[in-house]
Write a protein that binds this ligand. Structure first.
Ligand SMILES: NC(=O)c1ccc[n+]([C@@H]2O[C@H](COP(=O)([O-])OP(=O)(O)OC[C@H]3O[C@@H](n4cnc5c(N)ncnc54)[C@H](O)[C@@H]3O)[C@@H](O)[C@H]2O)c1
Ligand SMILES: CC(C)[C@H](C(=O)O)[C@@H](O)C(=O)O
Ligand SMILES: [Mg+2]
Length: 363
């Protein structure tokens, strides 16, 4: 029996709907395995802007720092599209990642076998998809300075800066090698070394670090080719390591190998502090408030939270197994289903998954 404190940041749009289901799952897990989880709610994103004037109140940062892990829904929406950069909901998400120093974003792209027909891609292509995208999360063009919009001689001009230190590259590449060692020992480093100086240093760094991991096969791939290879032959990939923006784009693309963006969870890890767990999708304003969003990405993120931040492997596996069983039985939300399958709403899908959760197996 253990006690853990989890910060909960539901955010905007479908965020609160999918987080609710993940929390009900965690509560059931706590009961089944006799743990005590204390959930502390905080505000981030548009709701925080509306209530406090900033997308990341200091109170939220403190709350997260004083917890074992953070569960986040999603931020953003058209309501805040005209806000200044500092008041945009997305700045809250980038801010909490930075404040917690969460440089390593793990995005597993794993196909549940029963969803093989949910992908728009052919069965032969998606079969056995099991990729781990390791995305750098606190550097690159997302955080570069200067960033500005100014009046130039020919009208407006803008600057975004792509900045990385060699150290930042090295630690994420090392993470890629480390996780590859626990998998099929194949690491694909994705860059744009034919154009970008940052990518040239990235490639040099990957080659240097590779010498310490002789058991891992390292390949380099240009990002445009990687985007194509992901849908041509995803089985060639084991672990992909890449910088912030490439990882963002490739992971949304890769989600379709598993049937839907609503299936992909993520873990953002730093150096010892609390990890942050969130689905890779956004606030989906087009379906918010309709009880149709797929909660599985968030439920699977809760499983990652149990595994990576709380060290509860059996509990995590029980959640993943419950998701698998629900899908095996044909239960579907609309994004992964067809009329002839058992189409459920967000809350109903959560309920079905809960019904498949099992208590520990006593030996
Ligand atoms: N981590 C985050 O908080 C995050 C991630 C991405 C986008 N966003 C923000 O979300 C807002 C909307 O962005 P977007 O529309 O480009 O991306 P999105 O991920 O919110 O939605 C893209 C498409 O996928 C669908 N979708 C997303 N999640 C789903 C789910 N769980 N179940 C079923 N369908 C799902 C949506 O309905 C939409 O059609 C923007 O403000 C953006 O900045 C936030
Ligand atoms: C909302 C946005 C800032 C965010 C990102 O680009 O990191 C999102 O797309 C994600 O993938 O988590
Ligand atoms: Mg994204």
């Amino acid at each position: 029996m253990s006690q853990f404190t989890i910060s909960v940041l539901p955010g905007d749009g479908i965020g609160p709907e999918v987080v609710r289901e993940a929390l009900l799952i965690l509560e059931q897990v706590a009961k089944n395995f006799q743990h005590t989880f204390t959930f502390n709610y905080g505000k981030v994103g548009g709701v925080a802007v509306d209530e406090t004037g900033t997308p990341l109140p200091q109170e939220t940062v403190e709350l997260c720092k004083n917890s074992h892990a953070v569960l986040l829904g999603a931020v953003g929406g058209p309501k805040w599209d005209q806000e200044t950069p500092e008041r945009r909901p997305e700045a809250g998400l980038l801010g909490i990642r930075k404040a917690l120093k969460l440089y390593a974003n793990l995005r597993p792209v794993t196909l549940f076998e029963s969803l093989i027909h949910a992908s728009p891609l052919k069965r032969e292509v998606v079969l056995d998809t099991d990729i781990l995208i390791v995305r750098e999360l606190t550097g690159g063009i997302y955080f570069g300075s200067p960033r500005e919009r100014r009046q130039g001689r020919d009208g407006l001009e803008v600057i975004d800066t792509l900045h990385y230190t060699e150290k930042e590259m090295e630690r994420i590449i090392r993470k890629g090698f480390d996780v590859a060692q626990g998998r099929k020992k194949k690491l694909t480093s994705v860059d744009k070394a034919n154009v970008l100086e940052s990518s040239r240093l990235w490639r040099e760094t990957a080659n240097r670090v590779a010498k310490e991991y002789p058991d891992v096969q390292l390949d380099h791939m240009l990002v445009d080719n990687a985007a194509m290879q992901l849908v041509r032959n995803p089985r060639q990939f084991d672990v992909i390591v890449t910088e912030n923006m490439f990882g963002d784009i490739l992971s949304d693309e890769a989600s379709m190998l598993t049937g839907s963006l609503g299936m992909l969870p993520s873990a953002s890890l730093g150096v010892g502090g609390p990890g942050l767990y969130e689905p890779i999708h956004g606030s989906a304003p087009d379906i918010a408030g309709k009880n149709v969003a797929n909660p599985l990405a968030t439920i699977l993120s809760a499983a990652m939270l149990l595994r990576h931040s709380l060290g509860l492997e059996e509990e995590a596996a029980s959640v993943e197994r419950a998701v698998d069983l629900a899908l095996e039985e044909g239960y579907r939300t609309q994004d992964i289903g067809s009329e002839w399958e058992r189409l459920l709403g967000t809350a109903q899908m959560g309920e079905v998954v809960r019904s498949y959760l099992r208590s520990p197996i006593k030996s």
